[in-house]
Design a protein around this ligand. Structure first.
Ligand code: SF4
Ligand code: SF4
Length: 70
């Protein structure tokens, strides 16, 4: 299991890197550009811009994202 965790001021985001295939759906759907793909996996580089809309969790086809507010 390769679960990565990022903690911001308001939220915590976990991504299962065994599931993430880097397809970029979370990058495309996030309204505040929290994510970017690095070396084939998503990274919430701008976690403090998160507005807790849960679109990333709902639109990841691999169900790789766990979000503290969703
Ligand atoms: S949508 Fe899911 S599988 Fe695709 S890059 Fe984001 S976390 Fe990875
Ligand atoms: S919850 Fe919404 S704003 Fe926050 S990272 Fe996911 S898509 Fe972006």
């Amino acid at each position: 299991m390769d679960i990565r965790t990022w903690e911001g001021d308001k939220v915590k985001i976990m991504v299962d890197y065994d599931k993430c295939n880097g397809n970029g759906a979370c990058v495309e759907i996030c309204p505040t550009s929290v994510y970017e793909i690095q070396e084939g996996k998503t990274v919430p580089v701008a976690i403090d811009e998160c507005i807790e809309c849960c679109a990333c969790v709902e639109n990841c086809p691999m169900e790789a994202i766990v979000h503290s507010s969703c």
